[in-house]
Ligand binder design. Sequence first.
Ligand SMILES: Nc1nc2c(ncn2[C@@H]2O[C@H](COP(=O)(O)OP(=O)(O)OP(=O)(O)O)[C@@H](O)[C@H]2O)c(=O)[nH]1
Ligand SMILES: [Mg+2]
Length: 336
Amino acid sequence: MRIVLVERRSPGEQSRLEELAALARTLDYKVAATLGQVRKPDPAYHIGKGKAGELADLVKSSGAERVIFSNQLTPSQTYKLSRLVGVEVVDRFQLILEIFAMRAGSPEAKLQVEYARLSYELPRIREQVRALMSVEQPGLMGGGEYEVDVRYDMVKRKLANLRRKLKSIAKTREQRRKLRHRRGFKLVALAGYTNSGKSTLLNALTAANAEVDDMYFTTLMPRTRAIRASRKVLLTDTVGFIDGLPPWLVEAFKATLEEIYLADLVVLIIDASDPIPELLRKFRTSREVLAEYPVRVVTALNKIDLISQEDLERKLNVLTISPPASCQFRLQKALI
Ligand SMILES: Nc1nc2c(ncn2[C@@H]2O[C@H](COP(=O)(O)OP(=O)(O)OP(=O)(O)O)[C@@H](O)[C@H]2O)c(=O)[nH]1
Ligand SMILES: [Mg+2]
């Protein structure tokens, strides 16, 4: 499917178009064109009215079938934009949800994705009620409003039901962790941005046969394996981080993320082939996310074969962590 990517940025804000393109590629989309604008969000179209017109022309001339915004859109912006450009318009979160839905293999992953999808939908249904009330004549709005109300209640009930199931999954995971601790295992979790190489490292250190791919969110569910070098350490690979995860997505994946937060040690995998600003941003965001929990973190630079020695040293300086040899050493020491 051919798509157009759109990004609105505030002055001074870093572009995330490259990441959006990578997310789109994960769904096998072909980027036909991109459009950017620096301004504050417009209430109607998110981008300016003139730019929205330009987008409509671009969609036509490029033959795109979908438009993907890097920014979060309100339901009414999505609706107005779709009407204007004549094809479906979605935002980055909808795209992430679709990738999650595609990747969700296990029943547990499916539950988490369904919970995230409905949490995303709920406020949108609310807004539909408001839109209906403002557009329709009093007295005539009864039917539509009623339907949306019924849907709203249904989604709320489904969410409550899913929440119960997810709680029980979290409990099972907790019991399993306790059992492993009782058996004398130390639990080490691999954390880091998606595509940083967590599963590759898990495969290298254990006999796991985790799927590895140059795409985002290849891994959605945790996988725990014993480390070859030691009988007493279990390594867990889990879902990757991405910028600006909304709270509802984090809540949906709570049971999975707890494998990271409640481990004895986290090895934070950083993709050393990222340019310095991106590397720093990902490093800081990851540390911030992890700082909310009292878990020890060791940082490991990955993909160092893709960069020169000078580049590596520069990046290590920026991150103010030890040089590669001792980084490796720290990692080994931590694991054994
Ligand atoms: N050159 C190089 N490539 C690597 C290295 N480690 C991983 N890769 C590649 O990076 C890509 C992502 O690796 P994964 O192990 O799937 O990354 P991940 O962190 O598990 O990603 P998600 O599960 O999608 O969050 C794959 O194409 C790997 O082959 C490395 O040390 N060097
Ligand atoms: Mg993975």
